[in-house]
Design a protein. Sequence first.
Length: 300
Amino acid sequence: MLELTDITKVYKGGKRAVDGLSMTLGHGMVGLLGPNGAGKSSLMRIISTVTRPTSGTLRYEGTDLTADPDAIRRHLGYLPQDFGVYPHLTSREFLAYLAAAKGLSARSAKARIEELLELVNLTEAVKRPLGAYSGGMLRRVGIAQALLGDPRVIVVDEPTAGLDPEERVRFRNLLSDLSADRVVMLSTHIVSDVESVASDIAVMAGGRLLRRGAPEELMGDLEGRVWEILVDPSAVSAVQSHYVVSRMIRTSAGVRLRVLSAQPPVGEATQVAPDLEDAYLGVIRGAADRRSDDRPAVRR
Ligand SMILES: Nc1ncnc2c1ncn2[C@@H]1O[C@H](COP(=O)(O)OP(=O)(O)OP(=O)(O)O)[C@@H](O)[C@H]1O
């Protein structure tokens, strides 16, 4: 179990990227959702002991990681957002190098590397240097290195960026399988990356944890508050200035908008069941409203 208590990270220059965040992570996958700049990467770097928090405590199986970062490093698989490689090495050589750095024996590493290359679908490309790989292929190398040494805690930062839709599904399912008896944290700003696999969603913005719960709980917050309306294209900006619009589809009959509102919005509105995208936006915009103390975006 991983326990974060009142974690704060203030960078040189004063940016408060993580602001008094507490959460406990057990086995299973938590989907960390938040807009760009929310502090997701900073939080993941802290969990991976790459960065030290400015204050707060981080414990893994009861051990304080500020005092003893090795307690988690041995059990950690981390895919950072800005994962770099040695362009002259092949994927097999690169993984062997990282396995050695992690302290794996050459023999067990060899078998595991072949298994992982197969898993991320790179067996065809193993002879080529990494400098000749596409962005998606490099991402897959990143995923493979995070899984070296059978980690108990897997932290992956925007792992599906650059993957094609088929690879995204494959990778999501792989993480979901692994999370049965491991701690898995996946960060993203794309709701669909987590909605089918994470039974536990944490929404972060401005360095704070705004909401955590099962997707059904988050969606339940908006029950009776999601509507669909069909408007003329000329009316779209007026609707957007009054309501949180979670989706917009142009049709030949007009523009179909999905609107978050406690009261039926203007015109002919059909109430629809909330989805996770609505729920995420409701949390983010609700918090922004409370901060600015302006007109409520989700009208009550
Ligand atoms: N090393 C650093 N020094 C100063 N400020 C930083 C540093 N790293 C991140 N920040 C700032 O901290 C805030 C949070 O950044 P972070 O990368 O953790 O967010 P994020 O949610 O991962 O966003 P993104 O998805 O865009 O990476 C941002 O305002 C960012 O500019």
